[in-house]
Design a binder for this molecule. Structure first.
Ligand code: GDP
Ligand code: IMO
Ligand code: MG
Length: 426
């Protein structure tokens, strides 16, 4: 059995990573989130309760330690809100640790996110407007404020003063309200007091845990198709959800990763702008959206729905080195007479099996489908693969064949119990 595993989204996010992380967390000592911020939204259900998480790793209910890694961008206000939300529901958060190298999202990041979207006019990314892009921009411009600096009053004041002045030049140019240093500092300094006890060198803690033989699960947010390098650029987020992001974003070496579980929906969804080659803009798409409750956790936007896309998941296998697949929401496809799976694209008359790098070419890709018969039996209580209707088994096996990745988990409902394990991971 492995000591470490990464859970990664293989499509455009919302594949059910939260549910699978929560499931696998029962076997892990630590759960570490390695990128993104409160643009993520995970729904987790167990014991007839439902929880919605954004920043806090989905292992919070079961693991002994929960880490927000250095690769994350953290909105302190949102984090405190989430801690209180969990405490109000009797979930302890004393086991949370926050990397002193993670970056802080400040109010001007959200304002600039909104301004940039406005300026993009008909080329909007459709961001969650949580300030993610601008916070990562500051990180790479080397002007960001890190957690370790945020909790040090003097350093925070120094850096914030400079940042507010700089950002106000931009905001005032477009007649947007500007921030005063005092206002932001006074408010955020109180947040810093709250957060200070959680902040530490998490890479050091993870290393110690590894040396003690503890099991560690790394949790990716978003999905590989939203990866800044490997996704459908520019319709992506500003971090590396790909499994490789786990090493940089948690502060461990690549040699420490044993397994990579790719979480995949039995079909495709996407929120925000950007092409979705297998999109179903018809009644069937509306039906799947309704049955799958496909509305965003963070923004409430309706998710766009499409058939399973094997070109996408093969791309994900390659760039993330998947060792196993978790097929989720298989139950949603019940009662559809004929199921289609995309196995290639046709681009300008040529059949291709890869994702083109430019968005213009990607937009011209037409899916090449195979068809499979569906099933009508209710599968939401099935516990063993052999008990699935034959057509559902065949559908799963076909995904395995197309992607060349063995299926290790099948999920047939939102609840923790509605999970079949084909191979133990941790
Ligand atoms: P994440 O961002 O990848 O964690 O996914 P989200 O939580 O945003 O979206 C997945 C949605 O599907 C949530 O509402 C889950 O409760 C739900 N879900 C997860 N697995 C299953 C499943 O196997 N079947 C059904 N019907 N719903 C599921
Ligand atoms: P989870 O972790 C689905 C999308 C946004 C937008 C693009 C950029 O729940 O799977 P951003 O605010 O990150 O700059 O937006 O990325 N997006 C997600 N879509 N699930 C997510 O997270 C997402 N996080 C960001 O809709 O298209
Ligand atoms: Mg989500």
């Amino acid at each position: 059995m492995a000591q470490t595993a990464v859970v990664v989204g293989t499509q455009w996010g919302d594949e059910g990573k939260g549910k699978i992380t929560d499931y696998l967390a029962s076997k892990a000592n630590y759960v570490v989130r390695y990128q993104g911020g409160n643009n993520a939204g995970h729904t987790i259900e167990f014991n007839n309760e439902q929880f919605k998480l954004k920043l806090i790793p989905s292992g919070v209910f079961r693991a002994e330690k929960i880490i927000l890694g250095n690769g994350m961008v953290i909105n302190p206000e949102s984090l405190i809100e989430e801690i209180k939300y969990l405490n109000d529901r009797n979930v302890s958060t004393n086991h949370i640790r926050i990397s002193n190298r993670a970056h802080v999202i400040l109010p001007y990041h959200l304002e600039i996110d909104a301004l940039q979207e406005e300026l993009r006019q008909d080329q909007k990314v459709g961001t969650t407007k949580k300030g993610i892009g601008p916070a990562y921009t500051d990180k790479y411009a080397r002007t960001g404020i890190r957690m370790g600096e945020f909790i040090d009053k003097e350093t925070f004041a120094e850096k914030l003063k400079y940042q507010i002045d700089e950002k106000n030049v931009l905001l005032s140019k477009y007649n947007k309200p500007i921030n005063t240093f005092e206002e932001v500092f006074n408010k955020y300094n109180q947040y810093a007091d709250y957060i200070r006890p959680f902040v530490t060198d998490t890479s050091y803690e993870i290393d110690e845990a590894l040396q003690q033989g503890k099991k560690i699960l790394f949790e990716g947010a978003q999905g590989v198709m939203l990866d800044i390098d490997h996704g459908t650029y520019p319709y992506v987020t500003s971090s590396n959800p790909s499994a490789a992001g786990a090493t940089v974003g948690a502060g461990i070496g690549p040699t420490k990763i044993d397994e990579v579980v790719g979480v995949v929906k039995a079909y495709s969804t996407r929120v925000g702008e950007g092409a979705l080659p297998t999109e179903l803009k018809n009644e069937l798409g509306d039906y799947i959206r309704k049955v799958g409750r496909e509305y965003g956790t963070v923004t409430g936007r309706a998710r766009r729905v499409g058939w399973f896309d094997g070109v996408i998941v093969s791309h994900t296998r390659r760039v993330s080195g998947l060792t196993g697949l978790s097929i989720n929401l298989l139950d949603v496809l019940t009662n559809i007479e004929t199921l289609k799976l995309c196995v290639a694209y046709e681009l300008d008359g040529e059949v291709i099996h890869f994702v083109p790098s430019t968005i213009k070419e990607f937009e011209r890709c037409k899916p090449v489908y195979i068809e499979m018969p569906g099933w009508t039996e209710n599968i939401t209580q099935v516990k063993h693969f052999e008990d699935l209707p034959l057509n559902a088994q065949n559908y799963v096996r076909k995904i395995e064949e197309i992607t060349k990745v063995p299926v290790v988990i099948i999920s047939v409902g939102p609840d923790r119990e509605q999970t079949m394990i084909l191979k133990e991971i941790l």
